[in-house]
Write a protein of this length. Structure first.
Length: 260
């Protein structure tokens, strides 16, 4: 299955501009044969997330913003993973939603590991660790940004049968190491694909490092190496999964009785 990961230039935080950016990326991804487009963390809202764009972007899963993303998915016949501030009663979550090519919601994941004082002050942490859905021949899972830096989260997905882990992120400098080294290591040690889609550029005192990456279970990676806005298009191959899992047997050789 061919997927596309959007490395988006930060700057615009107006929802209309962000939706147009998403629409442009969806058109290009579909034109290149991708069945799924993965976008950065809070791709509908943007950074820095302040009162104005938060009020524009926030809403429930059945609200106006999610409906607009669903319309883009239907227009181009492509699945989309987008982030947004999800409201649910009085709670606000940093969430990612997987939309089917027909526009219906397939899954919603709420970020469980909140990073830093500002994020913990604003959002409620999610309480569901492994969110999965079937998409074509693959089992997809979702995490958000800081979540993937915990080995337990990725290993839990691997043990549950996730083939492709979708990770919208907002990785900032000077932590490029996470994208370049840690994400590929997570994919190799847990024997799954990881699609890691990041922002790039500077805005509002924040500096995002780009390096959007798709890491495979055999140790190979594809990445956007520059600071530009770009679309990374990669084929996810079930045969690579099968061969890697047969040759690198970490999951089979585990001794969990020793790890308690």
């Amino acid at each position: 299955m061919r997927i596309a990961c959007l490395q988006a230039a930060c700057g615009a935080t107006d929802v209309r501009q962000l939706l147009e950016k998403l629409r442009t990326a969806a058109r290009r991804a579909a034109d290149e044969g991708a069945k799924l487009l993965v976008t950065p963390e809070i791709s509908i809202g943007g950074y820095p997330l302040q009162a104005g764009n938060l009020a524009q972007a926030a809403g429930p899963v059945d609200g106006e913003r999610c409906a607009e993303v669903s319309a883009i998915a239907r227009e181009f016949g492509i699945g989309i993973v987008h982030g947004w501030p999800e409201t649910d009663g009085p709670a606000l979550y940093n969430s990612a939603r997987l939309v089917a090519p027909g526009g219906e919601t397939l899954a919603v994941y709420r970020k469980a590991h909140l990073y830093g004082r500002a994020e913990r002050a604003r959002f409620t942490p999610g309480e569901e660790g492994v969110v999965q859905v079937s998409f074509g021949a693959l089992t997809l899972g979702m995490l958000i940004c800081y979540d993937v830096e915990f080995p337990e989260t990725v290993r839990a997905h691997a043990l549950a049968g996730t083939d492709l882990l979708l990770v919208p992120t907002g990785l900032m400098r000077p932590w490029e190491f996470v994208a370049r080294t840690l994400v590929p290591a997570r994919a190799f040690e847990s024997q799954l694909y990881i699609a890691y889609a990041n922002w790039t550029g500077d805005n509002g005192g924040l500096s995002f490092c780009g390096h959007t990456t798709v890491a495979a279970p055999d140790g190979t990676t594809h990445a956007v190496t520059g600071d530009r806005e770009d679309l990374l298009v990669v084929d996810i191959d079930p045969l690579v999964l099968k061969r890697a899992r047969a040759s690198t047997t970490y999951l089979r050789d585990r001794r969990p009785e020793l790890y308690a």
